[in-house]
Design a protein around this ligand. Structure first.
Ligand code: AMP
Length: 392
């Protein structure tokens, strides 16, 4: 377990908390969904109650190192201030000496927010001098941004190298959940993978092959596997550089008695569009001029049976091109079956989380706040900035 804010004395200390306030904001600069802000409240309240001076740092959107007023954190500041029922001061320019002056004037229990850290190119470059500037503002670093914990940026990795560092409650909870699921899952353990990038998902299968009872594959990535067993996939998404690896994994799974379920039928079209005509084809018989866009009825039924018996489920990646209404049936149905099941479930990855949110989930389902970070943990890798934090 990593050292957390519970394990250190924060009273009177300047505490730099890297949060993930990358929330959806509309054209009128109104926050559409404040889940990510609300999720950080326990950590911020704990720090305030324990008399810390709280400095909040986040990114918002992709300003690419330029100041962009549409991506200012001011709307977030207003919402957080409402939620905490407390004024929060705002530092416009972290590189200006006025910011350090503001920090030095803070009283115990005060909160200050920095402007969007990605307004500075040095952030994503993990620039050392920039990280030092950030570190000068604080005595302690708290990692509370699970969504960016897989990146080596100045306000995540760079600063963690320079200051005594701990995790906040949100990151602690995410790490505990992934630890349990990847090391000691209740059985049967079912892994459901979809999405487009097979290269991301192969290491997940390799890492979980000794733990999982059943691995179910759908989405664009499944066709690399179907090609690997000699099925014709037409124009479906295939990563030719991974076909041999896919075959190797299927053989390994067989050897170990792990069941891998590939789509047996698919919704297929000749044009990649929302209005496309769709037809049902069995796997392996997809015409040369057509591509699979979603899993078919028989596959959905098969997935349903396995989900019903599962006690642990990990799901990452949509099972079809769910952005188009015609091809979202597979993804939505799976989200519904997961909602009905009682299995301890983690859903990771922006698309599968979005689909699950549209369907609604129960208490047994955890929607991870980090797509890239959750994939990395499922691949059995450590998150770079978490690695810098001491174990207890
Ligand atoms: P990933 O980031 O790898 O999880 O991929 C997510 C994307 O996979 C989504 O935008 C889906 O539209 C896409 N996807 C899912 N199924 C398919 C498919 N059968 N063919 C092409 N793209 C797909």
């Amino acid at each position: 377990m990593k050292k957390s804010i519970r394990n250190i004395d924060v009273a009177g200390k300047r505490v730099f908390v890297r949060v993930d306030y990358n929330v959806p904001i509309n054209n009128e600069l109104k926050i559409v969904d404040d889940t990510r802000i609300v999720a950080t409240l326990p950590t911020i309240k704990f720090l305030i109650e324990h008399n810390a001076k709280v400095i909040l740092c986040s990114h918002l959107g992709r300003p690419n190192g330029q100041v962009d007023n549409k991506l200012s954190l001011r709307p977030v500041l207003a919402r957080l201030s409402n939620l905490l029922e407390k004024p929060i001061s705002f530092a416009e320019d972290v590189t200006d000496k006025s910011t350090l002056e503001m920090v030095n004037k803070m009283n115990e229990g005060d909160v200050l927010m920095l402007e969007n850290i990605r307004f500075y190119k040095q952030e994503e470059d993990n620039d050392e001098a920039f990280a030092k500037k950030l570190a000068k503002l604080a005595d302690i670093f708290v990692l509370e941004a699970f969504g960016t914990a897989h990146r080596k940026h100045a306000s995540t990795y760079g600063i963690a190298k320079l200051l005594p560092s701990v995790v906040g409650f949100l990151v602690e909870d995410e790490l505990n959940r992934f630890e349990k699921i990847t090391k000691n899952p209740d059985k049967p353990f079912v892994v459901i993978l979809g999405g487009a990038k097979v290269s991301d998902k192969l290491p997940v299968i390799e890492n979980l092959i000794d733990k999982a009872d059943t691995i179910m594959l759908g989405g664009g990535m499944a066709y690399t596997f179907i090609k690997a067993i000699g099925g014709s996939v037409g124009m479906s998404l295939v990563d030719n550089s991974k076909v041999a690896k896919a075959k190797e994994i299927l053989d390994k799974a067989k050897e170990r008695g792990v069941k891998v379920i590939l789509p047996i039928d698919n919704m297929v079209t000749t044009q990649f569009s929302a209005e496309a005509d769709a037809k049902l084809y069995n796997s392996g018989f997809i015409p040369d001029n057509a591509q699979a866009m979603d899993i078919g009825k028989k596959t959905i039924k098969q997935f349903k049976k396995v989900i019903k018996k599962a006690r642990t489920i990990v799901w990452n990646g949509p099972l079809g091109v769910y952005e188009y209404e015609k091809f979202r049936r597979g993804t939505y149905k799976i989200a519904k079956y997961i909602r009905k099941s009682k299995a301890n479930t983690i859903i990771g990855g922006g698309d599968s989380v979005a689909a699950a949110q549209q369907i609604g989930v129960g208490k047994h389902v955890h929607l991870s706040t980090g797509g890239g970070a959750s994939l990395m943990l499922l691949q059995g890798k450590q998150l770079p900035c978490v690695e810098l934090i001491e174990d207890i």
